[in-house]
Design a binder for this molecule. Structure first.
Ligand SMILES: [Zn+2]
Length: 160
């Protein structure tokens, strides 16, 4: 970044520069802490009272507008990353569950069981819940999975 020196800020403060140059420097001023420090060091207490006359009216407005933008960006990125990681973990879990259930022949058992159950929406939701419950059990431990399948088998037999 190209900085302006003490003399240039002094000329700026005393409005001895062209309008174009002043605007260019003002743009730089609210993006640059280094130059802001130089500029502020040029203003003594008496002049600080008239700072509004030195700095253009929308300067404070621009500063205030820029602050929330900068603050909001970071948490948003973090949230997106979290959601992405969660999704990735979710898909990985679903993939493992699918593999385990396929290997254990669970789907074959489910396909056999479906015609025996009534085709109502309620039962479809029940099956979804059973599978969702299984996902959690598998994450916890393999013994829980086996226990759940045993329970489903028992429940299916009861329904028959
Ligand atoms: Zn600068």
């Amino acid at each position: 970044m190209k900085h302006y020196d003490y003399i240039e800020w002094l000329l700026y403060k005393n409005k001895m520069l062209s309008k174009e140059k002043s605007e260019e420097m003002e743009q730089h001023l609210y993006n640059c802490d280094t130059c802001m420090e130089i500029f502020l060091s040029l203003i003594d207490e008496k002049e600080a009272e008239h700072a509004g006359e030195i700095i253009s009216d929308d300067f404070t407005f621009k500063i205030i507008n820029n602050i929330p933008k900068t603050k909001n960006i970071k948490p948003k990125i973090r949230q997106t990353k979290k959601a992405f990681n969660y999704q990735l973990g979710y898909y990985a879990a679903v993939a493992s569950v699918t593999v385990i259930l396929t290997l254990s022949g669970f789907y074959t058992g489910l396909v056999d069981a479906v015609p025996k159950l009534s085709a109502s929406v309620q039962i479809t939701q029940e099956q979804t819940n059973i599978i969702a419950g299984l996902s959690h059990s598998i994450v916890d431990s393999t013994s829980n999975l086996l226990f759940s399948i045993e329970n489903i088998d028992r429940n299916n037999r009861r329904k028959e």
